[in-house]
Structures are given as structure tokens and as C-alpha cells.
Design a protein around this ligand. Structure first.
Ligand SMILES: NC(=O)c1ccc[n+]([C@@H]2O[C@H](COP(=O)([O-])OP(=O)(O)OC[C@H]3O[C@@H](n4cnc5c(N)ncnc54)[C@H](OP(=O)(O)O)[C@@H]3O)[C@@H](O)[C@H]2O)c1
Length: 295
């Protein structure tokens, strides 16, 4: 089997590569069908996914059996500054990837976001609920989803959220660094979602991609919290003594207007692979315990 991963230097892509190479994750072995798979992880210099025609040619020539399309402009505020570039990279160019996957008969796993929802609900969003993104990033990713589903008949769209992995920057590492500097920290307490460990996500993606159950899935840590509660738990789990105080989004204005509530429910994942992801607190504690060894 030939597996291609875009965004292999990112939080999720690097974790997928690691689990495929080692054959396991902290949660268990990866499905046996991946044993001995050839892994292609072209970097940005070899494959600029914003260049649709080049990406399409690259994929047609490589002819993988399975593609994890993780590459993305993930800076949510940055996308507001360059909306055309963000729409092109995260949305329009996905059409080229999907067309090539269809042509070579590959399965396509496209990673999307909780920010496709408007955040007006107060209970977790199901996979089939209407999308109404509020940010350029969310609009671009929704376009990417639509292109992937429309142009490749073997597409699995996976929406995730509030991701932290061993590679690269993320909220957990930022809070740990600031807490070690002594704080106090002020963190918004009026945006709710699901913290998600990239290691857990990668393992579930590998299990999902081993099925023939195409469609839209939500894969996030189990349980809902605010960024403030997330930060409190990070500080607690690391055994740090640093005050964490709640504030409102109005006190911490950001360029992109994020949804106030974007927690996701996981019915489709549970139906496809038999379980949901771990409770977010458990996954976070595990990550913090191993962070120093893994980076
Ligand atoms: N991070 C989150 O909290 C979050 C939340 C919801 C959904 N997601 C989704 O999860 C997926 C993975 O996110 P992540 O946090 O792992 O991302 P990440 O760590 O920010 O990594 C992004 C990856 O995309 C690559 N990339 C960016 N532009 C590229 C281009 N033009 N051509 C080729 N590669 C390019 C980067 O390569 P370089 O190393 O060269 O920059 C990097 O490998 C994304 O699809 C994202 O939308 C993430």
C-alpha cells in the first residue's frame, strides 16, 4: 500500500507518519493493513498544495492508495489578512487533490475543522448539522470539504478542533511556557470546544481510513470546556503553581471572530470504529507526562 501525507511536518501529519512507521500508538497497534506500507510525505518544496495543477500532476504520478490531506494554512487570524490565498489553499486547491484521488482510485482523508459551524448552539454539533462558518478559515475549509466530497467518491472528511501534538506550536505548549514564567494568565472563558490530542486523532484516523465508510466524521477529544478551563487543566496537570484567570472574548479581541461554541458530537465515529476518542483531560495528562521525552 502507498500512503501519501500532506502537511507531514505539522502536528497531525508528523504523528500519522510516526504511527505508520512504528506500527503503534499509545492507544494500541495501528490496523494490520498498513504494515509495510510505503509512506510518501512530500514537503512544501516538493509539493505546494496551493498550486492546484502541480498538486494534481504530482498525485496522479505518485498514484497513492490513500491520501491524508493535512496540509493547510492553519493560522485562523492570518487567514483574515489574506482571504484569497486562504480560500485558494484551504478550499479551491482541494479540488485538484480530490480529482487526482478519484483518477487513481485513492481514498482521500480530508482534515477539516469545528469552525465550519457558527457557534450559536449550546450542545455538541452533529456531523449532519448545517454549516455557517464565521471566519475566512472556516469558509475555506468548508469549501475544501465540499470539493473533496463532490470530486472524490472515496472521501472521508474529518472535522477536528483545538489540536495539540508533539511537533510545532500549540495552545498547550504556550500555556506551559507562560505558566513557567510565573503568570498570571488570563484566558477566555466564553468560547467552548473539544481539546484534541494529535496522537489520539492520528490513531482514530488510521482506523477510520481502514474502513470503506466514506462521509463526514467528527474526531475530537470527549467532553467540552472553555479555553480558560483547558488552560487551568494544563497548569494543574503539569503541577505548576500559576494563577489562571478568566476573561471574555471582548477583553481579548482577535481578528477572526471565532464561534462561541463549537463542540462536536461523535456518533459517526463511534458507529464506524466502535468507540469515541478519550476524555480530553485524560489525553491531555498523558501528553503532558510524555512531552519532554517526545520533543
Ligand atoms: N491546529 C488546530 O487546532 C486545528 C483545529 C481544527 C482543524 N485542524 C486541521 O487539522 C489539520 C492539521 O493541522 P495541524 O495543526 O497539524 O497543522 P500545522 O501543524 O499548522 O501544519 C500545517 C502543515 O501544512 C503545511 N503547509 C502549509 N501550507 C502549505 C503549502 N502551501 N504546501 C504544502 N504544505 C503546506 C505545513 O508545512 P510547513 O512545515 O512547510 O509550513 C505543515 O506541514 C489541518 O487541516 C487543520 O485545518 C487543526
Amino acid at each position: 500500500m502507498k500512503i501519501m501525507i500532506t502537511g507531514g511536518t505539522g502536528q497531525l501529519g508528523s504523528e500519522l507518519i510516526r504511527q505508520l512507521r512504528s506500527g503503534r500508538s499509545v492507544l494500541g497497534p495501528v490496523p494490520a493493513e498498513y504494515a509495510g506500507a510505503e509512506i510518501l510525505a512530500p514537503g512544501r518544496a516538493a509539493l505546494d498544495i496551493g498550486d492546484g495543477p502541480a498538486a494534481e500532476n504530482f498525485l496522479r504520478e505518485a498514484a497513492p492508495d490513500l491520501v491524508f490531506h493535512c496540509a493547510c494554512m492553519t493560522n485562523v487570524d492570518g487567514c483574515e489578512d489574506v482571504p484569497e490565498q486562504a480560500m485558494a489553499l484551504n478550499g479551491e486547491a482541494v479540488a485538484a487533490v480530490a480529482r487526482a484521488c478519484e483518477a487513481v482510485g485513492a481514498k482521500l482523508v480530508f482534515i477539516s475543522t469545528d469552525y465550519v459551524f457558527n457557534g450559536e448552539k449550546r450542545s455538541p454539533y452533529r456531523e449532519d448539522e448545517p454549516c455557517a462558518p464565521r471566519t475566512v478559515y472556516g469558509r475555506a475549509k468548508l469549501l475544501g470539504e465540499q470539493n473533496a466530497l463532490e470530486l472524490c467518491s472515496r472521501t472521508i472528511v474529518v472535522r477536528t478542533a483545538w489540536l495539540y501534538g508533539f511537533h510545532g506550536k500549540n495552545f498547550v505548549k504556550t500555556i506551559l511556557r507562560k505558566a513557567r514564567e510565573g503568570g498570571p494568565l488570563q484566558v477566555v472563558d466564553d468560547q467552548f470546544g473539544n481539546p484534541t490530542n494529535a496522537e489520539d486523532l492520528a490513531w482514530h484516523l488510521l482506523r477510520l481510513a481502514a474502513t470503506e465508510r466514506f462521509g463526514v466524521y467528527h474526531c475530537t477529544g470527549k467532553g467540552v470546556c472553555s479555553w480558560f478551563e483547558f488552560a487551568q487543566e494544563i497548569v494543574r496537570a503539569a503541577g505548576l503553581d500559576c494563577p489562571v484567570r478568566p476573561c471574555s472574548s471582548a477583553e481579548y479581541p482577535q481578528k477572526a471572530k471565532r464561534p462561541a461554541y463549537s463542540a462536536l458530537s461523535h456518533e459517526a465515529l463511534a458507529a464506524a470504529v466502535g468507540d469515541e476518542m478519550r476524555p480530553w483531560r485524560e489525553a491531555l495528562r498523558d501528553y503532558i507526562k510524555r512531552l519532554e521525552d517526545e520533543i
